[in-house]
Structures are given as structure tokens and as C-alpha cells.
Design a protein around this ligand. Structure first.
Ligand SMILES: Cc1cc2nc3c(=O)[nH]c(=O)nc-3n(C[C@H](O)[C@H](O)[C@H](O)COP(=O)(O)O)c2cc1C
Length: 382
């Protein structure tokens, strides 16, 4: 009976979104739509009535989805990825929408206006099921955001994604490290894990922390003030495999708990989108063009680290099968944004319901049992 009610709810939500709500939202330019949705979400989740409505429409929970990763307990493995909530404003909405966790940010040490062209820094690519992003790390800065969140009680685990302020074209190692450290210090008592974003494709000084020496210096500074909280490093989608291995080696040397795979895909290194949809030639793509790359990265990293590092997989997750493929390839947790934009806010609940069925079908009692199950590790030679 419960399953029937959930199926009917899902059917109504999905079609309402597809045929009425999305066409209306898509009348606005994407950056404006993003801001309006956040304003609406904030208003809805600011009071008991609004939160109850969201919960009735979208919430889903099942014991087999509970998982513990690096001592943090998650109700389910589906989280919001960084970039949707750049100022950490919608914490009250995510649990009701069925998310198991949410990653805020990227936050930067200084206030960051982002790239020029406010209101025109996102581009929809609907045939490619993708969004071209040219935001450039706009956020209110670590001080202001941490001050607002410092006494907040979160209902689900919160990731704090730290990036380096995108204010100058020159890279100065010490200043850049100080910028990350400012955010980590400001958020030292806020949230449940840190993501160190070394892979924003829209910054003026490119991705200098993908270099071994720079990354080592950053992680050394972080380790000097390390707490119990897990730290994950977010990698770019389009690195050479030897660069990925170098980054992993440095992360393992500094005992970083895990990696987030991956950030947006740059069109110049990608062939998995409909070419005529690329009307703006800066920025990088989310969604389907990233799906296969992210999964390949998960498979590689799981094997390279022999399953010893936590993997948060993100990129082109639209349904339960997509999420399960990443989990069985080696991911402990999943994040998403684009699937929610194209398919609606019921999609997290649908993915979670689908995951329960997929686990059952394969005879697993928990997400943890399924992690890496279709990516068996080769035996080590003596
Ligand atoms: C509008 C938008 C803004 C983003 N901003 C950030 C960001 O500030 N920091 C970050 O680490 N990733 C950012 N990302 C990348 C996402 O976190 C994620 O890695 C990527 O979108 C792939 O997931 P998806 O296919 O489910 O959207 C952004 C993505 C989108 C769509």
C-alpha cells in the first residue's frame, strides 16, 4: 500500500514538473531562474507549514539506505553538490526534499562577485542534459556566511566546500593557501566534512593546486590545523590519469580521507554534448556530458587506492541506475544538481527508492555492501 502511494506521488510530481513547472521556470534565463528557485525554497522552508508540504511531497526514508562514511552518519547516500547553494541559505529545505546531505559553497576567504555578466553566467543545454556554468565562485565570503550559520543546527550532514577567491589572475602560493585556511578556520565548528575544491574551471588563475608541489603545500597547512572532520579533495574531470594518480599519491601521503569526482567538464576536452548547444565559449558543463567521465574516474580511483579512500561521485546522475552504477564502481556517496534541475525535486526520493530495489535485487543489505561490488580489485602480487 505504502509503495503504491509513493508511486502515485512520484508520478504526479514528475509530470507536474515536466509539463507545467519546468516550462514556466525555463521561461526565465537560467541564472535568474536559479535565484528565484532559491528564494522560493528559502521562503517555503522558513516555516513549519512550508516544510511539512515539502516533506509530504518529496520525503523518503528506508533503513537500507543508511550509511556511515568516515564516522559521519547519513540517512541516504544522495546529496546536493556544491554550487547550487553558494551562500549556504537553504539548509532547512534539503532534508524535506529527501537529500541525505548537502554540500554548501564553494565558499572563498574573501567576498567574491564571480565572473562579469551577472544574470547571464549560466546556459541551458537541454538536448545534452547539461548546464554550461560560468559563475566564477560568486559567494558572500567565509566571514559573512560562517557568522550566519554558526549557531545553526543541521538536520542532515553538511559539507563545506572551500575554494580560493577568484579575484586576481596571478597565482601566489602563500596567499592562495591563506585564502583556503581562512575559510577552514571560519567553518571549523560548522558542518560535518570539508571539501577542498582545487578544480574550479572558471577561475582566473586556472587550477594550480592540481600540481603536486602546490597541493602538498596546501595539505600540509591544512593538516597543521586538522580536526576530526573528514577532508575530501575535489578533482577536475579532465585530468590526465597520471595527474590523477599524482593527486591521489599526495592525498594519501597527507592522510586525506577521500576525493570528490568530479567537477564540471570543459567542452574542449569533451565530445559528449550536442555541439550547436554550445553558444558561449567560456565555462564548463555539468550533467550528462560528465556522466561517463565521472564514473570512469570513480572506477580508476577505487582500484588505484584499493578502496581505501572515500569516493563521493558526482556528474550526470539522473536516476537510480546512474547512482547505483557509481556506487558499484566504488563510490560511497553520490552528489547531484543537474538531474534535479531537468527532472524535478522528486528525483532524489525516486533515486533513493530505486536504490532500495537495486540493493534488494543484488542481495545487499546496505549501501556499504554494494560499494565497489562491480569493480572487483585485482589480487596484489606477493
Ligand atoms: C550552477 C552550478 C554551479 C556550480 N558551482 C560549483 C562550485 O561553486 N564549486 C564546486 O565545487 N562545484 C560547482 N559545480 C559543480 C557541481 O558541484 C558538480 O560537480 C557538477 O555539476 C556535476 O554534477 P551534476 O551533473 O549532477 O550537476 C557547479 C555546478 C553547477 C551546475
Amino acid at each position: 500500500m505504502k509503495n503504491l502511494v509513493l508511486s502515485i506521488r512520484g508520478f504526479i510530481n514528475r509530470n507536474l514538473y515536466r509539463f507545467i513547472i519546468k516550462p514556466l521556470i525555463f521561461l526565465w534565463p537560467p541564472e535568474i531562474a536559479h535565484n528565484k528557485l532559491k528564494t522560493f525554497g528559502k521562503a517555503m522552508s522558513s516555516n513549519v507549514l512550508g516544510r511539512s508540504i515539502l516533506r509530504i511531497l518529496f520525503y523518503y526514508k528506508h533503513p537500507s539506505l543508511e550509511t556511515v562514511v568516515d564516522n559521519v552518519r547519513y540517512d541516504n547516500p544522495i546529496g546536493l553538490s556544491a554550487g547550487f547553494d553558494k551562500d549556504g541559505e537553504l539548509a532547512n529545505a534539503y532534508p524535506q526534499l529527501g537529500f541525505g546531505f548537502a554540500e554548501f559553497g564553494s565558499f572563498t576567504g574573501e567576498v567574491c562577485p564571480g565572473n562579469p555578466g551577472v544574470g547571464r553566467r549560466l546556459f541551458r543545454m537541454p538536448k545534452s542534459k547539461s548546464i554550461l556554468v560560468w559563475y566564477g565562485l560568486n559567494n558572500q565570503g567565509a566571514d559573512k556566511i560562517s557568522e550566519r550559520l554558526k549557531d545553526k543546527e543541521f538536520k542532515i550532514p553538511i559539507g563545506v566546500n572551500a575554494a580560493k577567491s577568484n579575484l586576481t589572475p596571478e597565482f601566489v602560493l602563500e596567499d592562495s593557501i591563506a585564502d583556503y585556511m581562512k575559510t577552514l578556520r571560519a567553518f571549523k565548528d560548522i558542518g560535518h566534512y570539508f571539501t577542498i575544491n582545487i578544480s574550479c574551471p572558471n577561475t582566473q588563475d586556472s587550477e594550480p593546486f592540481a600540481e603536486k608541489e602546490n597541493l602538498g603545500a596546501l595539505l600540509e597547512a591544512i593538516n597543521a590545523e586538522r580536526t576530526e572532520r573528514p577532508i575530501y579533495v575535489k578533482l577536475a574531470a579532465d585530468l590526465e590519469m597520471n595527474q590523477v594518480d599524482d593527486i591521489l599519491d599526495v592525498c594519501m601521503e597527507y592522510k586525506i580521507e577521500g576525493v570528490v569526482l568530479a567537477n564540471l567538464a570543459k567542452p574542449e576536452f569533451n565530445n559528449e554534448f550536442v555541439k550547436e548547444e554550445l553558444t558561449f565559449h567560456k565555462g564548463a558543463m555539468s550533467g550528462l556530458p560528465l556522466q561517463r567521465i565521472a564514473t570512469s574516474l570513480v572506477r580508476h580511483v577505487y582500484r588505484y587506492t584499493r578502496g581505501e579512500m572515500t569516493i563521493i561521485a558526482v556528474g550526470g546522475v539522473f536516476n537510480a541506475e546512474d547512482a547505483y552504477e557509481k556506487i558499484t564502481s566504488g563510490a560511497n556517496l553520490i552528489e547531484m544538481i543537474t538531474g534535479m534541475i531537468y527532472d524535478g525535486p522528486q528525483v532524489m526520493g525516486e533515486i533513493n527508492r530505486g536504490l532500495v530495489k537495486l540493493l534488494e535485487k543484488d542481495g545487499f543489505n546496505s549501501i556499504a555492501e554494494a560499494v565497489g561490488s562491480r569493480n572487483p580489485l585485482p589480487k596484489l602480487k606477493d
